[in-house]
Design a protein around this ligand. Structure first.
Ligand SMILES: *Cc1c(COP(=O)(O)O)cnc(C)c1O
Length: 396
């Protein structure tokens, strides 16, 4: 994990992707990996500022679960803190413990799933705020708070329609009517989650917001939170007191109704291992599913499904070289894929060259569409064996 710009392979691509000897005589560190994943922390920071600005009446937290959606919470969280984030959300207690050393002590860390019974003490000892999602979980944390003679800050989740996490209405009434239910617990956030926020016209959005208001009125007053990334873009009726964006920070489009206002954060450059010329009728890959309709040239890339490029992306997927689209041919293998390079002048892309699998104009959402999934899944599937480079481009 190198952040020294001297290691940055941008020059490589710009020069037509020939390997250059490293100053000490060794190979570029990226030459040892199949592909180079460049993560632009400047774009993450600028996306955070943009989202915070859109929700300017509310506090803007940052969701860094799943290792910051696969991009590396140890690098991403400090960049977000520098951009102004003071509240971080993770899914598991483990993730909260791992994040703690990477943000300052003044930053809050909230655990969306809350603790299981055996992890409550550890959760509280490390100052992680649990989200309490069920009556059982309220009981577990209340018991530990009582035993420790401590008042514990908690967030409470209410189910407003998604049937995934949080108290159902009947359970909420039970809590609201029992003065001892929240004994020893200080309610510092009441939250819920939108099921259809990426579809602004869906009536479920307004219904969930109305339910959150109505439900919260049954509880002691506390700040409210409903919106994740897409919810922020629904407008101020959805912002309440705190917004919880994740995906938008990493460049995923908040909805499909307009152009993506966010900056792309990742670039993925894969190495060409070899090229070859094919004649009419030659076939490509496992199952020999693709057959050349005529003479063509192909390249084998050292990125495959074990690196997070789903096999189902093969039919409509592509990679790019200097703005030229290179379609994926046949099935994607575990460690490689084959692409058609006939659109390039002969000699322009050869063994040891690099192509873009993700870049500024072909981002995680585009790859998600090709793979029949969403940008979120492409992002969180990005392989662990890429050579990772962190850069910080300046604000635009
Ligand atoms: C993952 C998650 C978020 C962040 O969602 P994005 O769509 O990535 O912004 C916010 N709140 C909850 C409860 C989540 O599970």
């Amino acid at each position: 994990m190198l952040s020294n710009p001297a290691f940055f392979p941008a020059g490589l691509a710009a020069q037509g992707a020939r390997r250059t000897p490293f100053p000490d005589g060794g190979a570029w560190p990226c030459a040892r990996a199949g592909a180079v994943l460049t993560i632009d922390l400047g774009a993450v920071a600028s996306n955070y500022r943009q989202v915070a600005q859109r929700a300017s009446g509310a506090l803007c937290a940052a969701v860094v679960k799943a290792d910051a959606y696969g991009l590396g919470a140890a690098q991403v969280a400090p960049a977000l803190e520098q951009a102004g984030a003071r509240q971080f959300f993770v899914a598991h207690v483990d993730e909260g413990l791992a994040l703690r050393p990477h943000v300052s002590a003044a930053c809050g860390i909230t655990v969306l799933h809350g603790p299981r019974p055996d992890a409550v003490a550890e959760c509280l000892e490390h100052g992680l705020r649990p989200v309490l999602n069920s009556l059982e979980q309220i009981g577990w944390v209340r018991d530990v708070a009582r035993r420790r003679g401590q008042v514990v800050d908690v967030a409470l989740q209410l189910d407003t329609g998604m049937s995934r996490f949080g108290l159902a209405e009947a359970e909420l009434r039970q809590v609201a009517q029992d003065p001892s239910a929240l004994e020893g617990l200080s309610l510092t956030l009441i939250m819920s989650h939108l099921a259809c926020a990426d579809t602004p016209a869906d009536p479920a959005n307004a219904m969930q917001a109305a339910r959150l208001r109505a439900y919260a009125a049954m509880l002691p007053p506390a700040p409210l939170s409903l919106a994740a990334s897409s919810g922020v873009f629904l407008g101020s009726d959805y912002h309440f007191d705190l917004v919880r964006p994740g995906a938008a920070l990493y460049g995923v489009a908040p909805n499909t109704t307009g152009p993506n206002p966010l900056r792309q954060v990742v670039r993925l450059q894969g190495h060409v291992l070899q090229t070859r010329a094919l004649g009419k009728g030659d076939r490509v890959g496992y199952g020999l599913t693709w057959q050349a309709p005529g003479p063509c040239r192909v390249a084998t890339l050292s990125v495959g499904y074990a690196d997070g490029f789903a096999r189902q992306g093969a039919e409509t997927g592509c990679v790019w070289f200097r703005g030229v689209r290179l379609p994926i041919l046949g099935r994607i293998s575990m460690d490689s894929m084959t692409v058609d390079i006939s659109a390039l002048p002969e000699g322009q892309l050869e063994a040891d060259g690099m192509v873009d699998l993700l870049n500024e104009s072909y981002g995680v959402d585009a790859v998600g569409t090709a793979e029949g999934t969403i940008g979120y899944e492409v992002l969180t599937s990005l392989g662990r064996r890429y050579h990772r480079v962190y850069t910080a481009s300046p604000a635009p």
